[in-house]
Write a protein that binds this ligand. Structure first.
Ligand code: HGY
Ligand code: MN
Ligand code: MN
Length: 390
């Protein structure tokens, strides 16, 4: 299908991303976390769009929003499309929601064209890709995949989310459209790109415990300063050889004239190669132990989540590549440094992802932006890809 016929659809997609962006738990920015009041309102709004498109709308036990376009063949398998509706704190408009709204608009277009598919289609708005609330990501997609652990279930207040598990074999493919969140497509002047793999990642909670003290009377050489220990560690994180980030840091008790008795921080570590990530974590843990010992601090190190790197399915990639080539002179293939629900869903079916160029690669930032013509092209590619699955 010609990308120009998707121009109008792209405007609707952008407008809907704006509407969702107005739904937030924290005023002054976009923040929607797992099963928060804002997430419930976002599900209601996106669910009304799915309804208007003639889909069967439901919400599963893990608060994933689902819009189903059943095939005439009841025994058919299901194609899963979509992305996540939750966000990071003070997020951009497009990381997640664009993939849900674009999949819906594309399927609605196919329905209006009278296309009949020999498989069911489900569009999903996952409930917790970012993992901001409980610092363990993919609660919605891992519930569907049936891979939640007792540790996950004990961690969260909401009970019964594991009931969202779907039978293995029900989905024959999952395909997600997502902003690139990086600079490659802009640098290569391409609107869309083919994702080859999703990076592995670990999320770790670290604590340094010393003793709180008077900032004015405690001599510098008699301190057990948790902040100084954490700072020494964070400088090493930056040089650990893989993609590593300390995104949160809390000083306790948190007063300017008190030597912090305790510092809690988060460590996000990623690499396309599992072995490299695991080795970097081991090396950092050893260094953290040495710092704690030298400074008389107590170290706590809690792995909250680990996701191995996930290759995208070669057969689905070949079909997606063909669809891209109908709209782009060349296909840029690239790995994803960001995590995605596709990583969790890959445990129950083959996955593929299509990236959309985003301005300067900015993401997890209110300045996140995409262009309507690129969105139109991505929707045209997705439409051709879906039809090619027949
Ligand atoms: O953190 C990530 O990679 C993703 O945005 N959840
Ligand atoms: Mn995302
Ligand atoms: Mn994100």
């Amino acid at each position: 299908m010609r990308a120009t016929s998707f121009r109008k659809i792209a405007e609707q997609i952008m407008a809907r991303c704006d509407e969702l962006a107005a739904i937030t738990d924290e005023s002054g920015g976009i923040t929607r976390t797992f099963h928060s009041p804002a997430m419930q309102r976002a599900n209601a709004l996106a669910g009304s769009w799915m309804n208007a498109a003639g889909l069967e709308v439901s919400e599963d036990a893990a608060f994933n929003l689902i819009g189903r376009w059943p095939s005439a063949n009841a025994k058919a398998k299901t194609l899963l499309l979509g992305s996540h509706l939750d966000t990071v704190r003070d997020a951009g408009k497009y990381d997640g929601p664009l993939g849900v709204v674009l999949a819906l608009a594309t399927v609605e277009h196919l329905k209006q064209q009278g296309i009949e598919l020999p498989f069911h289609v489900e569009i999903i708005g996952f409930s917790d890709e970012e993992g901001v609330r409980y610092q363990t990501a993919y609660l919605g997609s891992r519930a569907i995949a049936g891979t939640l652990t007792k540790k996950d279930l004990d961690l969260i207040q909401e009970k019964g989310i594991e009931k969202a598990k779907r039978p293995k074999g029900e989905f024959f493919a999952y395909t997600e459209v997502h902003i690139e969140q990086g600079p490659v497509l802009q640098a290569r002047n391409r609107a869309v790109g083919l994702v080859t793999a999703i990076a592995s990642q670990s999320r770790i909670r670290i604590g340094f415990k010393g003793s709180a003290g008077h900032a004015g009377t405690t001599p510098m050489d008699l301190r057990r300063d948790a902040m100084a220990g954490a700072a020494e560690f964070i400088v090493l994180v930056e040089k650990c050889g893989v993609t590593a980030t300390v995104g949160q840091l809390e000083a306790i008790p948190g007063a300017s004239n008190v030597i912090p008795g305790e510092v809690r921080l988060t460590l996000d570590i990623r690499d396309q190669k599992d072995a490299k990530r695991i080795a970097a974590i081991g090396a950092l843990k050893t260094k953290a132990e040495a710092i704690a010992k030298k400074r008389g601090l107590e170290l706590t190190w809690k792995v909250m989540q680990e996701t191995s790197s996930v290759p995208c399915d070669p057969d689905l990639m070949a079909l997606l590549k063909k669809a891209i080539l109908r709209h782009e002179g060349e296909v840029i293939s690239l790995p994803s440094g960001a995590g995605h629900d596709a990583a969790a869903i890959s445990r129950i079916c083959p996955v593929a992802m299509l990236f959309i160029r985003c301005k300067d690669g900015i993401s997890h930032n209110p300045a996140e932006s995409v262009r309507a013509p690129d969105v139109a092209k991505a929707a045209a590619v997705l439409a051709d890809y879906i039809v090619s699955l027949k």
